[in-house]
Design a protein around this ligand. Structure first.
Ligand SMILES: [Cu+2]
Length: 145
């Protein structure tokens, strides 16, 4: 009896620790704060419908926030862009070598404007993306796993 409750308590602590680790994962080594990757999964109940996931990316002068994205392989993902900077920007995903084509937002996203486009990356690995106007400053990576 006593032993049983001790096991239960230990299990509870292990769950809390694991939950905390998940909640604060994703720290990067370059001194940046957490890269907040927001992947919404509407209707993730396994009803057979391929619900499109989306990731919000903010463009600033001159950086992407977050600049490190993670997406699942083979899934359509909507990249929702918002330009909060003073300059025009774009987002160009360089996937030529892996996918045979690149993905890109509109050629220019004006200050204050929003734009979105859909990507589907089928091969696992790391893809670079950039603003064509502000390389090498305004760059980022997408990890496909
Ligand atoms: Cu730019």
């Amino acid at each position: 009896m006593n032993r049983y409750f001790r096991l239960l308590a230990l299990g509870g602590i292990a769950l809390i620790v694991a939950g905390g680790a998940v909640a604060c994962g994703g720290g990067s080594a370059d001194g940046e704060p957490e890269d907040g990757i927001q992947v919404k999964t509407p209707g993730a109940g396994g009803d057979g419908q391929a619900a499109a996931e989306s990731i919000k990316v903010v463009m600033k002068d001159n950086l992407f926030e977050p600049k490190a994205l993670t997406v699942p392989a083979g899934k359509s993902i909507v990249i929702e862009l918002k330009n909060e900077g003073q300059a025009v920007h774009n987002m160009h995903i360089l996937s030529q070598a892996k996918e045979g084509k690149d993905f890109s937002s509109a050629a220019t996203v004006a200050p204050g404007a929003e734009n979105k486009f859909t990507i589907k990356l089928t091969k696992k690995g790391t893809y670079d993306f950039q603003c064509d106007y502000h390389t090498p400053d305004m760059v980022g990576t997408i990890t496909v796993q």
